[in-house]
Write a protein that binds this ligand. Sequence first.
Ligand SMILES: Nc1nc2c(c(=O)[nH]1)N[C@H]1C(S)=C(S)[C@@H](COP(=O)(O)O)O[C@H]1N2
Ligand SMILES: [Mo]
Length: 393
Amino acid sequence: MIARRRFLALSAMAGPAFAQSVDLHLPGGPSLRPLTTDFPGKGPMIVQRTMAPLLETPMAVFDGDILTPNDRHYVRWHWPFPTEVDPVAFRLTVGGRVARPLSLSLAELQRLPQGEITAVNQCSGNSRGLVTPRVAGAQWGHGAMANARWTGVRLRDVLARAGVRPGAVVVRFGGLDVPPVAGAPQFLKSLAIDHAQDGEVMIAWAMNGAPLPIVNGFPLRLVVPGWFATYWVKALDRIEVLDRPDDTYWMAKAYKVPANPAADVAPGTKDFPAEPIGRMPPRSFITSIADGAVRAWTPRLAVGGVAFGGDSGVRGVEVSGDGGANWVPARLGVDAGRYSFRRFDAEVAVARAGAVLMARATSDAGRVQPMTANWNPGGYARNVVETVRVGFA
Ligand SMILES: Nc1nc2c(c(=O)[nH]1)N[C@H]1C(S)=C(S)[C@@H](COP(=O)(O)O)O[C@H]1N2
Ligand SMILES: [Mo]
């Protein structure tokens, strides 16, 4: 499945050439971003930062197939990514509180029962650039998310092969990326032992039937359906079973949210009970019309987009053409499983003066997108009903 070749990503080092730019309509600051095609395996992507790369998927990409093409899947690294991986020499180690520590080649791993799941990979800080008052961090628009069909093996089966010993509390994951400065914390993330063994968490090597692009974690990554992408460790090469909670930086200090279901505190609040971010709430995005577009006048406007339920499926999507005063139910497209994007389409009545379009998803778990935005200092877990303004010529 994985070609026996090395991936080189030298062009990413050379300094991208910027041709076009994209307006993300961010309220708090400069909102134009350049587009680049200079990253390996990637088509035109919105540059938020070149190294370590933060590349955003343009919204129009989500208006196509519900599976985001691999060459448009967003990219986020905390530290410079591994630019060269030899898939033959590569080993995945499993250690800590296990009966039989493992060192698995890709071929050995791929002999375990294989499976597939379609799931949305969404950064905890997706849409952070829309958060008001403004918060620090990558000023993403809505494109720090992507949907893909992932192929791999169950984490549970790998752990069973190693034999988890009594007293296991969490499973910690790390990848090939190393911090460039001494003393900076290696990117490590952990899941509770029961979650790690739920049969859904997966070690994947393919995205939409092709090997993972190097910037998306070649040769292996963790897939944690329904959970924010911070847990989806890329270039995964080490798994450790711990007999205590993980107190290292990326679990204990970073990616903490207010300990309430909306991850919400009053703007400016610094001290609050916090917990590691986890499951995703429902979201929906209008993709058929760009924010700020000007169209020929029509009293009824066709509106389409994508929704996902977060940690459950999409029960329904409503669309409004008048800023939320009136709503109509949307038709839902193909159901590719409860963790996938789901297409929606509707027609809404709009005023001659302009349309204020909104979409509002309800998850199978009964969670509805709120009309007012949450706020937390990390700008995490935004899921407010978003607005697309359209003018008529
Ligand atoms: N090894 C490694 N894995 C990682 C990260 C990282 O910095 N290093 N970042 C995480 C975060 S915060 C996100 S949003 C996703 C991004 O996945 P993508 O680049 O494939 O879109 O990778 C996750 N996995
Ligand atoms: Mo992220």
